[in-house]
Design a protein around this ligand. Structure first.
Ligand SMILES: [Mg+2]
Length: 224
């Protein structure tokens, strides 16, 4: 079975800003753009939530790396293919930059699977977050040019024990932002700070809290 689809476009920080060492993992639908039960099937269906470009710009201005992690089962359902996905994400990037010069994403990772495919990347599994972490933090693991897809096989992902305590994050400010419990679960599994936002408001709902280094995020129990 194929792995997640990675669009790796490591981005510069705004002038005078250095990386703070942390990664913000961001769900897409209901966080950056309006989600639809019938999916986002082409760029014309992409409706950016108010304030989300500025929120991403604010994260970059604070030195965060940014990694979108999105479940898109229409790929394995055969509704559309990787080219359509690329066009949607190209449009997303353009719309964000139109609103805020700093609103850049280092990586967009997409899980193409359905629940019945039993992959390790579909959230709440943390496979996409672990992959994003390894790309951004381990030099030389994966090298790609702009807009090139990397197929990473689903191997060697330790199973998550949801009954354990939350693990320690790689960086204290590693963060997961999503609108569903499956997003919270994936972030929980890597020890990230968790912020759940309403899907009709998106990331701007929580951006002040996310930027607050002393805010440890929402409480979440994956087995409840
Ligand atoms: Mg969502």
């Amino acid at each position: 079975m194929r792995g997640p689809i990675v669009h790796y476009t490591p981005a510069d920080f705004p002038q005078g800003i250095n990386a703070n060492g942390a990664i913000v993992f961001i769900d897409r639908d209901g966080v950056l753009n309006v989600g639809k039960s019938t999916y986002i099937n082409n760029p014309s269906e992409l409706e950016i939530l108010n304030g989300s470009p500025k929120a991403i710009g604010d994260l970059r201005r604070a030195g965060f790396r940014t990694c979108i992690v999105t479940n898109q089962s229409p790929l394995m359902r055969g509704l559309w293919d990787e080219n359509e996905l690329f066009l949607i994400h190209q449009s997303l990037r353009e719309k964000f930059l139109e609103s805020d010069n700093d609103a850049k994403f280092d990586i967009i990772i997409t899980c193409p699977h359905r629940q019945r495919d039993h992959c390790s990347c579909r959230k709440p599994n943390p496979g996409m977050l672990r992959l994003g972490d390894s790309i951004l933090r381990t030099k030389g693991v994966l090298i790609a040019h702009d807009n090139q897809s990397i197929i990473e096989l689903d191997i060697d992902h330790p199973k998550v024990n949801w009954w354990n305590d939350k693990v320690a994050p790689k960086h204290q400010l590693d963060t997961m932002i999503g609108d569903r419990n499956s997003d919270m679960g994936a972030g929980w599994a890597i020890g990230a700070r968790l912020f759940k936002v309403p899907d009709d408001v998106g990331i701007s709902f929580a951006i002040e809290r996310i930027l607050d280094k002393d805010d440890s995020g929402d409480r979440f129990d994956p087995i409840r």
